[in-house]
Design a protein around this ligand. Structure first.
Ligand code: ZN
Length: 135
């Protein structure tokens, strides 16, 4: 099976500390990790819910995709991330199916992952992230 599960939902927030408090109450657990991804201009926090995760993302500057998202949208679901066994094979498979990749080769993401995004114009408006745990 190419896509294993929904690995996480990415949620764009304006104030990570304030949103951490909201999600702590909502989910009944504290974030297990907070991590800045300088290359993506975001700071993230992760909550584990069973086999899935919630990723909160706050922009660290105006170059951030999260900053641009929040100029056009309210806070909310930003992307859906699928766990894949082989991200290289999956990128090739999805290109073959006609999807547009934002990243044609995987890059380092938060939470020890290799990641690649699909362009929402080819996925019914949903920003899709592929992610594979780094060995
Ligand atoms: Zn993500």
């Amino acid at each position: 099976m190419a896509l294993k599960k929904i690995e996480h939902l990415g949620i764009a927030v304006r104030d990570l500390n304030a949103s951490n408090e909201v999600f702590k109450k909502l989910l009944g657990v504290s974030p297990y990790k907070q991590e800045e991804v300088a290359s993506e201009h975001v700071i993230t926090s992760f909550f584990q819910i069973g086999d899935s995760k919630i990723e909160l993302l706050q922009a660290t500057n105006e170059e951030s995709a999260i900053h641009k998202f929040l100029e056009k949208n309210k806070e909310g679901i930003h992307h859906i991330a699928f766990d894949v066994a082989d991200i290289y094979a999956e990128i090739e498979r999805l290109k073959g199916e006609g999807f547009t990749l934002i990243h044609e080769s995987p890059k380092n993401g938060a939470d020890n992952k290799l990641i690649a995004f699909l362009h929402p114009k080819s996925t019914n408006g949903i920003l899709v992230e592929l992610c594979q745990e780094k060995p």
